[in-house]
Design a protein around this ligand. Structure first.
Ligand SMILES: C[S@@+](CC[C@H](N)C(=O)[O-])C[C@H]1O[C@@H](n2cnc3c(N)ncnc32)[C@H](O)[C@@H]1O
Length: 262
């Protein structure tokens, strides 16, 4: 402890205490971010069947019905956690217990943990639905899948990566800056589609040179979930930004850049 901090501590222990709690909140935010980052990297390997020990097509063989039920439950758990905890009403309720500066980090941490559970417990369904035989076409499809992941990552940075994953909030808290009110933004890709991150996920999940029944189940359910997620997110965005978001919806399409609106 520096001499000044020592003096502050003896005059006003709660000020020193609050500095320590801010630092702990910051470390917690960093930890949540690292867990998220490992999870998203694992997700790429899991879906594409690359590098990681357990992929979408590997693991304990189980009867198909059992595999479908387990996989649906795992995806439902993620969907419920991810959607319910993102709603404004839930945030108001649980910030009575979770400090506001670490609310986003806690959300990110729990979403990452439920995804890691899914990767770990996912049951393969190995029946092949399609397999691209032409090597050039197969390479093109793999490239497209990578492009989907690049779209996901770049879009998070375009809209505000560090705020989305809670680091911005814990850093502001650490340096004593007021939390900023959410701002409506339409930078770069957001001028062409309203949901480039979700578009990136859809491309990454469907662009598979070998599509197994397990992979198809994953792609179909997550795509369905993305549409539900968009409806919920846009309801909140209209409530938050009003006409500004309504006009954006009129002007810019949801996922397909060359279509007008919807
Ligand atoms: C995971 S991001 C997904 C953003 C967008 N749906 C996409 O696919 O690129 C979700 C967060 O982005 C915020 N968001 C979405 N569109 C936005 C916009 N145009 N301006 C500001 N925030 C936005 C939502 O309120 C939510 O907190």
């Amino acid at each position: 402890m520096s001499q000044i901090e020592h003096q502050v501590h003896s005059i006003c222990p709660e000020v020193a205490g609050s500095r320590i709690s801010k630092f702990i909140a910051f470390l917690y935010g960093i930890t949540a971010y690292v867990v998220f980052f490992v999870t998203i990297l694992y997700a790429i390997g899991f879906v594409m069947g690359l590098v990681v020990p357990k992929t979408i097509d590997t693991g304990t063989a189980t009867p198909p019905l059992e595999a479908i039920i387990v996989n649906l439950l795992l995806m439902a758990l993620f969907a419920i956690q991810h959607s319910v905890m993102a709603r404004q009403g839930f945030k108001v309720w649980w910030t009575q217990f979770v400090p506001k500066p670490v609310e986003r980090s806690t959300y990110v941490l729990l979403a990452s943990l439920s995804l890691l559970l899914l990767f770990w417990q996912w049951r393969p369904l190995p029946a092949v639905i399609w397999e691209i035989q032409n090597p050039d076409l197969a390479v093109t499809v793999v490239t497209l899948a990578f492009a989907g992941w690049v779209l996901v990552f770049t879009s998070t940075f375009i809209i505000n990566h560090f705020e989305l994953f809670g680091l911005h909030q814990v850093t502001n808290h650490l340096v004593g800056k007021e939390a900023e009110a959410p701002r409506f933004k339409t930078p770069l890709l957001y001028k062409f589609v309203r949901h480039p991150i979700y578009l990136g996920f859809i491309i990454a999940f469907w662009a598979a040179p070998v599509m197994t029944a397990g992979h198809l189940l994953f792609a179909a359910v997550t795509t369905l979930y993305i549409f539900v997620g968009i409806a919920l997110e846009e309801r909140d965005l209209v409530a938050l930004f009003g006409d500004e978001y309504r006009q954006y919806k009129q002007r810019v399409s949801m996922l397909i850049p060359w279509r007008r609106s919807v």
